[in-house]
Design a protein around this ligand. Structure first.
Ligand code: BDR
Ligand code: CA
Length: 336
């Protein structure tokens, strides 16, 4: 199998950590670099967490780069209330060994895209690094083979305001630059931003039952996941009366390798940057504005297919047994 070259741009973050674990476990993906952006936690903490995950997965050779430390225009607001002071649920895990790469993330992105062909990006945080790369060299950035972005929301409420999702709310100006580029810049031709928004990610709930199964199939990684998600479980219970936690970012990775995991439609999408609805994604589902379509909006997801991929790839669950376990756990919730 020919693995596709991918740069993961992220802000780890509990669910970013789970997404990295998935990407590093899938034979369809060759993670060539990790770029960190300020988001859930400041960049320095995000780098430490990315390296922690690389160590857990035995992949310390993958470089991690430091990205933008503030959003383009707005003051930076982290999400440590959700992810803990350390970004990994205050799990107090050992600091990783190894050194930070010297190049900054934006330079790395542009150098890599210039030098290599067929590089895709999976973006799991605010789009600040990518918008800066586009601003510095639009012609190089246009070489991105595929861009999958966890962010935005179409029909469901936001998680930072009634209409805005965190990644785009944190840096709406960066999101706007990229969505406009994919609509107006002819270098992107037929390409679209694949928007994995809250409409689909809210369906992906890591429940206590699934966590138990992770610990059975892979005790070492299962226990790590338990440590980093405890805080996230408590947050979800207090905030939304959910038993378990919503894990947004791994769905973007699963969708990248298997387009049947989510379904959606093409549309023009604008991002609001001002007023009380800043960060909102306005998806022109009915083509009222007659603008070039810049996005593929995912609205349905197959929860069982996602969980199956996640459990088999990362935790080495047996395929048939995993099917049977998920039938018990997810009865009636597979497609939503
Ligand atoms: C997104 O915001 C972050 O808190 C998560 O890591 C995810 O990328 C969900 O709104
Ligand atoms: Ca994230």
């Amino acid at each position: 199998m020919n693995a596709r070259k991918v740069i993961i741009d992220c802000d780890p973050g509990i669910d970013d950590a789970l997404a990295l674990m998935l990407a590093l476990s899938l034979p369809q993906i060759e993670v060539i670099g990790i770029t960190v952006v300020c988001g859930n936690v400041p960049v320095e903490k995000g780098i430490v967490n990315a390296r922690r995950v690389l160590e857990w997965m035995g992949r310390e050779e993958i470089p991690v780069y430091a990205g933008e430390r503030t959003p383009l225009m707005r003051p930076y607001v982290d999400a440590m209330d959700t992810h803990g002071e350390d970004g990994l649920g205050e799990s107090d895990l050992p600091k990783p060994m190894g050194k930070e790469e010297s190049a900054d993330a934006v330079t790395y992105l542009l150098d890599t895209l210039e030098r290599e062909e067929n590089v895709s990006i999976i973006a799991l945080g605010p789009l600040t690094n990518l918008a800066r790369a586009y601003q510095r060299a639009p012609h190089i950035f246009a070489k991105v083979e595929e861009l999958v972005s966890m962010g935005g929301t179409f029909r469901t409420p936001g998680n930072c305001s009634p209409v805005a999702e965190y990644n785009y709310w944190c840096d709406p100006d960066a999101a706007k630059i990229l969505y406009e580029a994919f609509s107006a810049d002819t270098q992107f031709k037929e390409k679209k931003i694949h928007m994995i928004g809250l409409d689909v990610t809210r369906k992906i709930v890591l429940t206590p039952n699934i966590l138990e199964y992770m610990k059975i199939t892979h005790p070492v990684l299962g226990e790590l996941v338990e440590k980093i998600t405890r805080f996230y479980f408590d947050f979800h219970w207090k905030q939304e009366q959910v038993i378990g936690c919503v894990i947004n970012d791994p769905l973007a990775v699963a969708y990248f390798v298997d387009k049947t995991v989510c379904q959606g439609f093409d549309a023009y999408t604008a991002v609001e940057t001002e007023g009380i609805s800043y960060g909102q994604t306005l998806v022109d589902e009915w083509d009222i504005w007659k603008k070039p379509q810049n996005s593929h909006i995912l609205v349905k997801t197959n929860v069982k297919a996602f969980m199956h991929l996640f459990l088999c790839a990362v935790f080495h669950a047996n395929e048939n047994e995993c099917d049977m376990v998920l039938e018990q756990i997810l009865a009636g919730k597979e497609d939503s």
